[in-house]
Design a protein around this ligand. Structure first.
Ligand SMILES: Nc1ncnc2c1ncn2[C@@H]1O[C@H](COP(=O)(O)OP(=O)(O)OP(=O)(O)O)[C@@H](O)[C@H]1O
Length: 610
């Protein structure tokens, strides 16, 4: 949480003014009861007279009950005094109201800017992290941390800014003013403090673990909601709607239960605190009554003091309550602060240490895998073992193998989504770690296994990642990707709206748009990670033919499950459990690689494959 406070540093000046304004409002609160007591004491003053030798004489004190015929009170109210103090009170109120408005404005401004800054750094960090780290944490918690957790920290900061000086100023000020007015009655008020303390500590202990639990359950709830929304098709297809509703209800109920429990404690706390406040006031009145009886309070000044003391009692107890509230919010904000900090402090496993040496280098796109091995950070064994091959510009390299054999991992190593853990990986003889990430990735047109579109238009999706391409370039890319036909059928053609995640397009259409997006970049290396799987055979083959004709100099990697898609490749790499069990052209592999032959025969018959 301390680190979260660092976010206040850029707003030092505002924080300074906030503290000044807090001091002004607190002083205003303290002065008002004092002036009120002065109005009562001096403005509504009275004098006592006793009958001495048939003449009324002013005396210090007398008891009306004793003999009203010989002792009387004469009201000597002074309206000028009331006007004077009333005027001062109005000015103080005005000043503290203005300070309060300024305080609210500045503190809200600072806290929302701090929230914005935290979210900015957080988002930048997520962008820097490798796919492995973001995958390890998961989308739900990463989103909750950026929203709910930042909000908790922001709320705490705003509270802390407003309370940090206000609580001690009010408590100490009210105590000093009270002591000036009556030491006895101040002691009566202070007797209420431990009582309030005990109640608050008990509530604090009960509610704190619940707040921690609450945050975890918000995470769980986000996860369940996200999964069921994302997986809506599977859920419906498998008729698992009821089970998902049950799962959602369970996590919803869990969250509500914690909230309810905490709410119940807080709900009991409020009337209990009110009760203590009122008990303290009753005790002050009770003792004041006895002080009147004992002749210790004898005039309006004394009564004015009692009225001020009651307000100071409220202020002292209220500042203790506020202090507790701040303490209650702290652990919750601390948990959130830690969760944000955990991400901010994450070291990306992909570090861009390369200098600009190759920034202007004209890469051709020759790829060399030399004894490449790869292991996920937490995994026990290698996902890839000693993979070696060479891919020249103009060549198409296909990678085939059973599911989980490591095909996607091989191509993910090229743009450094993951870093190799053994061997070397070079482009045009340069180790890819020596090429700046931005340059390296600009060399590669990557079409991932799951086509991802962004909300916008067809045009904006194809043009993604290219600085202001011309309409001709967009159309050309769409033509090569075999996307033009369906685009022209749309009412708005290239300006047609693409909904969130491309939900208004079919799987095959999404794939073709993702392919067009890669083509328009004119990269030196293409990676198609199972990107033709949703295309029908005819479109698949026309697309590959168009690629071959239009993109002659690029190195093309195709990961595929379908033999038909890769049969014509210049080199086919066959993977099995992370090992390369064959490499060559289709015909060679049929004779030399048993695994390849098996895959081929499982899809086509003997005649078709020859
Ligand atoms: N983030 C990860 N952490 C640990 N292991 C992983 C991770 N991602 C993938 N793996 C493992 O690495 C292996 C290779 O995965 P990869 O995605 O490369 O296979 P693939 O051949 O492309 O499979 P498919 O054809 O099903 O897409 C698999 O056994 C998988 O379980």
């Amino acid at each position: 949480m301390k680190k979260m406070f660092n976010y206040l540093k850029p707003y030092k000046l505002q924080v300074f003014f906030i503290l000044i304004l807090v001091t002004f409002t607190a002083l205003g609160m303290l002065l008002l009861p004092d002036y009120m007591s002065k109005i009562i004491g001096e403005g509504l003053d009275a004098e006592y007279q006793v009958l001495v030798d048939n003449e009324w004489q002013v005396v210090e004190e007398c008891s009306i009950e004793v003999n009203p015929d010989t002792c009387r009170v004469i009201q000597t109210s002074d309206f000028n005094v009331i006007l004077k103090y009333g005027g001062i009170m109005l000015l103080v109120t005005l000043a503290s109201t203005l300070s309060f408005i300024g305080l609210m404005y500045l503190s809200s401004d600072v806290s929302s800017k701090v929230g914005r800054d935290i979210r900015r750094d957080y988002y930048n960090k997520i962008n820097d992290l490798s796919i492995y780290e973001t995958g390890k944490f998961g989308t739900s918690t990463l989103i909750t941390r950026a929203t709910n957790d930042v909000m908790q920290v922001q709320n705490f900061l705003i509270m802390a800014l407003r309370m940090v000086l206000r609580i001690p100023i009010i408590f100490i000020g009210a105590l000093v003013f009270s002591l000036q007015k009556s030491v006895t009655l101040t002691l009566v008020i202070l007797a209420g403090v431990p009582l309030l303390g005990i109640v608050i500590v008990i509530a604090f202990k009960l509610v704190l673990p619940l707040f921690k639990l609450f945050q975890k359950r918000v995470d769980k709830m986000t996860l369940v909601t996200r999964e069921s929304i994302n997986g809506v098709r599977v859920i419906r297809a498998f008729g698992q709607g009821d089970r998902e509703v049950e799962k959602f209800n369970e996590s919803n109920q869990d969250l509500a239960d914690v909230g309810l429990k905490a709410g119940k404690i807080m709900a009991t706390l409020n009337p209990t605190i009110n009760l203590i406040f009122n008990l303290v006031i009753l005790a002050v009145v009770f003792f004041a009554y006895h002080m009147v009886l004992d002749g210790k309070i004898i005039d309006y000044q004394g009564l004015g003091n009692v009225s001020a003391l009651i307000q100071y009692a409220m202020q002292m107890l209220f500042s203790i309550l506020m202090l507790t509230m701040t303490f209650i919010m702290y652990p919750r904000a601390e948990v959130s602060g830690k969760r944000i900090q955990e991400i901010l402090e994450l070291e990306s496993s992909i570090i861009d240490t390369a200098d600009d040496s190759y920034s202007d280098f004209n890469f051709k796109g020759e790829v060399d895998f030399n004894e490449v091995s790869f292991k996920f950070p937490d995994a026990e064994k290698n996902v890839l073992d000693n993979i070696s091959f060479n891919a020249k510009p103009g060549e198409t390299i296909a990678i085939i193998g059973s599911t989980g054999s490591g095909k996607s991992t091989v191509v993910n190593l090229l743009p450094r989504f993951f870093d190799i853990t053994g061997g070397s990986l070079k482009i045009d003889g340069v180790d890819i770690k020596n090429i700046k990430l931005s340059k390296l990735r600009s060399l590669i047109g990557f079409v991932p296994q799951t086509a991802t579109l962004f909300s916008g238009t067809i045009k904006s999706n194809i043009a993604y990642g290219v600085e202001e391409p011309s309409d001709e370039e967009i159309v050309k890319a769409a033509q090569i990707a075999q996307a033009e036909e369906f685009i022209l059928e749309l009412d708005d053609t290239y300006d047609a709206v693409v909904e969130q995640s491309g939900n208004n397009f079919s799987g095959g259409q999404k794939q073709r748009l993702s392919i067009a997006r890669a083509i328009i970049r004119k990269p030196k290396i293409f990676v198609f990670d199972d990107s033709f799987s949703a295309l029908d055979f005819k479109t698949d083959s026309t697309l590959r033919k168009a690629l071959k004709e239009e993109i002659k100099d690029a190195t093309i990697f195709i990961v595929a499950q379908r033999i038909g898609t890769i049969m014509d490749a210049d080199k086919i790499i066959v993977l099995q459990e992370g090992k390369m069990v064959g490499i060559g052209k289709h015909k060679e592999l049929l004779d030399t690689c048993e695994v390849y032959k098996e895959i081929a025969l499982s899809q086509l018959d003997e005649e078709e494959i020859r």
